[in-house]
Every structure is written in structure tokens, then in C-alpha cells.
Write a protein that binds this ligand. Structure first.
Ligand SMILES: Nc1nc2c(ncn2[C@@H]2O[C@H](COP(=O)(O)OP(=O)(O)OP(=O)(O)O)[C@@H](O)[C@H]2O)c(=O)[nH]1
Length: 520
């Protein structure tokens, strides 16, 4: 076991700078004095603990409110569906994960008494337990998928304290590194969600997963004053508040000096709980890690280590045969969703030629095929419109079909990859019967005209090489162009296959990626 020096004295303002010599064979000349401990315990007496255990503390006044949220807000429909549908999609690309995280339990304080040749039992010298390992998350550049994430992350428990005032080693923290653009949300265990969904399905055979997630609600705790924007997490209560050695709990419970000490230590436990409650909160909307982070953020804090018996030597208690156990860690589930960050997103029906376009304008090599749904995962390409010119990124997502918003085809689950995009590029197929109608359908499926108008929009009519001259495609193009003009959107005919109008397309894409709403 690795051990480190007690840090208790470092924490005490009146004892700063005085440390025990490691492995000294003499009684450490700065062993915790009874007077110091008395003084510390006296300060605790003035902190009145609220009713221990029964309290449900909150934002600052120790209160929480209950609030209801739709089940869909604390799980992922994409995750649940993927287990039924295309779980193993193209390559290694994984963009939704639900993982279990558990922070470590704090190590126990030690019960020990100084011994050497000259004396068989000396003053108490049991050190503190180490803190449990915490779980951290950090967005880093260069990662593009959540495929390498584990299903469970467990922080190490802190080690117990030892003789000679030595603290146990802190449990190792866990660092989860994720791609930039990942959103981390608190969620219910998937197993629990499945049970709830099955129950609802049993009650109403006609219900769908989507309708259940929207209508069924769950009750959560939120610190008072946070208006339901923050979730309060709770640690499991400690089974015992003391660890006894040699003499039992029953023995100690009969002693007045222990009862007095216990009362004072209730205030200490209360302050620990308060600080846990302050830390153990998570925003309901999640953490949006849209920038590379120089420092990780803590998802779950490990439990604090327990106090060793050296802290309980007083003028009355000469042989404290007890110490404090470490505090519990937290176990929670988190939903990790990758929302790619691309300046532009290509939206179109299957087979419109989106992948071919991305292939021609960028370094990306998405799959191209004459069958539908060749693209199963988003691909992001970097486009440069010339030497020294601005560079921007374009995301190709799987084709959207009628009813996609009701989970038909690949559904809309990949739309999140272009949610953050500044511009949406609608790709239409001029070889199809009615491209204008297809544009209206696409607008409808992605959320309606109002939503689309929050983005910069470019309409690209692809496959203009087919029948364009003999006016069949031209007529279709003119219809689309007229509609686009009405919305003040640019419209452009191209042939991705024959690389016609590709340079103009690149310029228009650049404009679309950089234009601000004030420029319009
Ligand atoms: N004639 C012609 N064919 C094209 C053009 N662009 C793409 N294609 C063909 O259209 C078919 C579909 O192209 P993709 O680029 O895979 O289409 P997609 O929109 O990515 O399709 P999904 O992956 O299903 O969403 C392929 O056979 C392409 O060769 C074009 O400008 N003219």
C-alpha cells in the first residue's frame, strides 16, 4: 500500500507548516494535541446540523422541489431505436452512447496508536482515508466518434488511512475524452426506461416508442430556486457513521463522552453532506462540449475519506478506538450524443447525389451508390475554394424520406449532426418527377419553414446533365428557382457527376457558410 503524509494539519490554519517526520521512531513532536482537537470540535458545536438524514437539501436553503419531465428528456430515442434497428452501422462510427459512471468511495480513517520500544501504547496516530476517484469528461480535438467509449466507468476507491498519521492514497480519477461537439446529459438507466416503455405498451398496444417518450413523465428532484433546470443527485446514505475497533458500538453508545463527541460530529457530517449536495448537481439540458477543453469538468465527485482516530484525542478521550468511514461515491448514467460541428449540412432525399457532391468539393470520400441509403453515417468534408481562400466544413447525412420525422427510413436521428450548422444546403434531384414538391417535403420533415429560415439556405439542383437541354429538367429547375427567390434563397443547377458548375457551387457554399443574418 502506498501511503502519504497526513494532510489534516495542512488544513488547519493554526498548524500550517508543521508535519510529522515520516517513519520517525519517536512520538511525532507535532502529533495532534488534545487541545487542538478540542478547539476544532468546539468550532463544530456552533454549526447546527439540520435534522440529519431526513433532510432533502437544496440550492442553498436545503430544500428541493419535485418536477416532472417527459421520459424522452432523460433518455435517447436514437439509442433505444438503434438497439432494435441498425445497431451496427457503417464502420466504427458511433454517435450515441449511454454509459454508467461511478465515482469511488472514500477510504476509512485508521484506528492506530503510536508504539515504540519505550511504550506499548502511545497517543492515537490513525491517518485519514484517501478520497474516492472522481469521473471527469473532456472534449478533445482529433476524435470523431464515440465508438471507443466504454459502457462503464468506475473511479477507484480511496485507500484507508494508516498508522503514523498517514493518509490513504486517493482513488484514481477517470478521464473520459470525447470528440468536440459531444453533449453529455444525465439520463435514466436504459433498463429502467425499457421497463417503463414495455409497461406503457402493455397498457396501450397502439402506442409507439416516440409517443410514449413524449407522454410518459418521470419525477426528478431539483434544488429549490433552480426552476427545474438542475437535477439534484443523491449518494447512498452511509450504513455506519463510525468505525469501532476493540470496543463495540454498544459500548460506546453508553458513554457520555462519546455521546457528546457524536453530537459534535453530526455537525461535521452535515457539512460534508452539504458540500456533496452542492457538487452533486447536473444541468438538465446537459453539458454542451462544443469547444476543445484545456481542463476537464467533473461529472461525479468521489467520496471524501474518513477521519483517522488521531482527530478524536481530547482531554477526556485519551484512547479513541474509533474513526470515521469514507463517504460513498455516486452512481449515475449519462447520455453522450455527438453533434458534429460542420459549417454546412447537406439535406436531400436518398439518391439525390449528396455524397457525390461532397466527394467532388472536398477531401471526404463518402460511399456513393445508385441505391438508396448508401450513406448510413454522417461524413464531414473540408472544402477550400482556392489557395489562400477561406476553408469550411460540410456534413453529408443519410437521406431523409417522407415520414422521417415519424421514424421512417433512417428517421431524423442524424439531423443533430447539422443542428449546429450555420447553413443548410438542400440537394434536389432534377431527374425526379417533381423536385419542388420534394423540397417542400424536405422542409416539412426537418421542422418547417420557420425553422429552416433560422439558417442560411442554398438550394442545389443536381443531375442537371439529364434532360436539361431538352427543357424537361430546365422547367423543373425554373419552378424551384421561383420558389427559392420568394424565400430569398440562392438556387443553382449543377451536375456533380460531370463536375459542371462545381466551382460556382463552392463559392456559393462559402457564402452560405459565412453569411450572417445581418448580411442578408
Ligand atoms: N446523372 C447523374 N448522376 C448522378 C449525379 N450525381 C450523383 N449521381 C448518381 O446518383 C447516385 C446516387 O448518388 P449519391 O451521391 O450516393 O447520392 P446520395 O444523395 O448520397 O444518396 P444516399 O446515400 O442514399 O443519401 C449515384 O449512382 C451517383 O453516381 C449527377 O450529377 N448526374
Amino acid at each position: 500500500m502506498t501511503i502519504v503524509r497526513s494532510s489534516f494539519f495542512r488544513r488547519q490554519p493554526w498548524c500550517r507548516g508543521r508535519f510529522p517526520r515520516l517513519y520517525s521512531t519517536k512520538v511525532p513532536d507535532n502529533a495532534p494535541r488534545a487541545a487542538d482537537n478540542e478547539q476544532w470540535l468546539e468550532t463544530l458545536r456552533h454549526t447546527t446540523p439540520a435534522k440529519q438524514g431526513r433532510q432533502r437539501p437544496g440550492h442553498g436553503n436545503g430544500q428541493t422541489d419535485l418536477f416532472e419531465v417527459p421520459l424522452g428528456n432523460v433518455t435517447s430515442i436514437n439509442y433505444l431505436q438503434r438497439y432494435n434497428k441498425h445497431k451496427h452501422s457503417q464502420g466504427n462510427f458511433v454517435d450515441v452512447r449511454i454509459v454508467k459512471c461511478r465515482s469511488g468511495v472514500g477510504g476509512s480513517g485508521a484506528v492506530s496508536f503510536f508504539r515504540d520500544a519505550g511504550r506499548s501504547i502511545g497517543p492515537p496516530d490513525g491517518g485519514d482515508g484517501g478520497a474516492g476517484g472522481s469521473i471527469y469528461v473532456q472534449a478533445v480535438a482529433g476524435l470523431g466518434s464515440l465508438a471507443k467509449m466504454k459502457t462503464t466507468y468506475i473511479g477507484d476507491d480511496g485507500e484507508a488511512g494508516a498508522a503514523r498519521q498517514l493518509d490513504g492514497v486517493n482513488g484514481k480519477d477517470i478521464l473520459i475524452q470525447v470528440p468536440v461537439g459531444t453533449v453529455v446529459k444525465w439520463c435514466l438507466p436504459p433498463q429502467k426506461v425499457r421497463e417503463l416503455v414495455e409497461k406503457e405498451l402493455w397498457k396501450d398496444q397502439g402506442a409507439t416508442l416516440r409517443s410514449i417518450l413524449a407522454s410518459k413523465t418521470v419525477t426528478l428532484n431539483s434544488p429549490s430556486g433552480s426552476n427545474g433546470k438542475t437535477i439534484q443527485l443523491y449518494r447512498q446514505e452511509m450504513a455506519e457513521s463510525w468505525l469501532f475497533k476493540d470496543k463495540s458500538k454498544e459500548y460506546h453508545d453508553t458513554k457520555d463522552w462519546f455521546k457528546i463527541l457524536h453530537k459534535k460530529m453530526e455537525a461535521y457530517d452535515h457539512s460534508l453532506k452539504q458540500s456533496e449536495i452542492f457538487h452533486d448537481r447536473f444541468p438538465l439540458s446537459g453539458l454542451d462540449l462544443e469547444q476543445p477543453m484545456s481542463k476537464p469538468v467533473c461529472l461525479l465527485k468521489g467520496g471524501k475519506g474518513g477521519l483517522g482516530n488521531m482527530h478524536f484525542l481530547t482531554n477526556v478521550i485519551r484512547n479513541p478506538r474509533f474513526s470515521k468511514p469514507g463517504r460513498n461515491g455516486l452512481e449515475q448514467y449519462f447520455l453522450f450524443e455527438l453533434k458534429s460541428i460542420a459549417d454546412l449540412g447537406l439535406i436531400g432525399l436518398p439518391n439525390a447525389g449528396k455524397s457525390t457532391i461532397l466527394n467532388k468539393i472536398s477531401n471526404a470520400k463518402p460511399k456513393i451508390g445508385h441505391w438508396q441509403f448508401t450513406t448510413l453515417n454522417p461524413t464531414i468534408g473540408t472544402v477550400s475554394s482556392g489557395f489562400g481562400q477561406d476553408v469550411f466544413t460540410v456534413a453529408d447525412i443519410p437521406g431523409i424520406i417522407e415520414g422521417a420525422s415519424l421514424d421512417k427510413g433512417m428517421g431524423l436521428e442524424f439531423l443533430r449532426h447539422i443542428e449546429r450548422s450555420k447553413g443548410w444546403v438542400f440537394v434536389l434531384n432534377l431527374a425526379n418527377e417533381d423536385p419542388l414538391n420534394e423540397l417542400l417535403l424536405l422542409i416539412d420533415e426537418v421542422g418547417g419553414l420557420e425553422k429552416v429560415k433560422t439558417k442560411n439556405v442554398l438550394i442545389v439542383c443536381n443531375k442537371a446533365d439529364i434532360d436539361f437541354e431538352n427543357s424537361k429538367s430546365l422547367a423543373k429547375y425554373l419552378q424551384v428557382e421561383q420558389f427559392s427567390k420568394g424565400q430569398e434563397w440562392d438556387c443553382l443547377p449543377i451536375s456533380a457527376l460531370k463536375e459542371e458548375n462545381i466551382e460556382v457551387l463552392k463559392q456559393k457554399l462559402l457564402q452560405c457558410a459565412r453569411q450572417t443574418h445581418d448580411d442578408k
